[in-house]
Design a protein around this ligand. Structure first.
Ligand code: SAM
Length: 257
């Protein structure tokens, strides 16, 4: 898949708390990365050289989330998988923590970014039609990448990680109608919008067991109220404990009782 720099950054302004100066300073890191004095093989085992603390924090957070459900039966669902890094990290954590457990990991995304934004959501440079779109053909590329990781881990597997393309408001209910016997161990909720989050939570709720975890990426976020509103409506009356992530305090775990 050949892509240009323009393709890579199309339709995308990332949420960030970095200052203008920090953003400018990053250009030096980009330059050092582009001028790296090592070949691809060496790069892939030394990625930490270029990982900023925020990127490392994300990996530690994914590890924290996985550890919470390690002894919980069920699949992992990511609502809004974007480039799919979380799915691949979860698959590799599965291979590390439970090499003989064939836990399924399912990522839902339009792969075309945000489609429709309700009046309950707040529009911005990030939340707009087409925001977070990946490039055309990316699903196939990600499937190849997933296939590599599945086949080459310490406990090789195939087709345990699945991508479901389309509007989650439709694809999540359809998935659970077709997989009615399935239970869910972890929901990584990151659609940010009210309507698809609500439809997805409604479809998923009957598949949660005591101990299952729903993780909200945008809990109580002033710019992204939709996900929290949807959660509060669908899980009103449910019994759960609440814990903020040790690594990313905005991320919040709701463990069902
Ligand atoms: C904030 S990004 C997800 C980031 C990702 N979880 C991560 O941590 O790397 C939100 C994602 O939700 C997807 N999305 C938004 N609305 C959607 C919908 N109605 N159905 C499916 N995916 C949707 C977007 O395409 C985007 O990839």
């Amino acid at each position: 898949m050949r892509v240009t720099k323009k393709d890579r950054t199309k339709n995308y302004k990332r949420e960030t708390t970095a200052s203008e100066k920090q953003i400018t300073d990053r250009r030096h890191l980009y330059k050092l990365f582009e001028e790296r004095p090592m070949d691809t093989d060496q790069l892939l085992v030394n990625l930490g050289l270029y990982m900023r603390s925020s990127a490392l924090t994300k990996i530690l957070f994914l590890n924290e989330a996985y550890r919470m459900i390690k002894n919980q039966p069920g699949i992992i669902v990511e609502l809004g998988s974007w480039w799919g890094q979380n799915l691949i990290v979860f698959e590799n954590l599965r291979a590390i923590y439970e090499p003989w457990e064939q836990r399924r990991i399912v990522g839902f995304d339009t792969f075309e970014g945000y489609k429709s934004i309700s009046v309950k959501d707040i529009r911005s440079e990030t939340i707009k039609e087409g925001g977070y779109a990946v490039i055309e053909g990316y699903k196939k590329y990600l499937e190849d990448l997933i296939d590599y990781h599945e086949k080459n881990s310490v406990s090789p597997t195939v087709n345990r990680v699945q991508l479901v393309k389309g509007n989650a408001a439709e694809t999540v209910p359809k998935f659970f109608t077709e997989n009615n016997g399935m239970v869910v161990a972890l929901v990584y909720s990151d659609l940010a919008l009210y309507e698809p989050s609500k439809a997805a939570f409604e479809a998923i709720r009957p598949h949660l067991l005591p101990g299952s975890v729903v993780m909200l990426d945008e809990c109580n976020h002033k710019d992204f109220p939709g996900e929290t509103m949807a959660f509060k409506e669908v899980f009103a009356g449910a019994s759960f404990s609440v814990k903020k992530s040790d690594f990313m305090p905005g991320r919040t775990y709701f463990t069902m009782k």
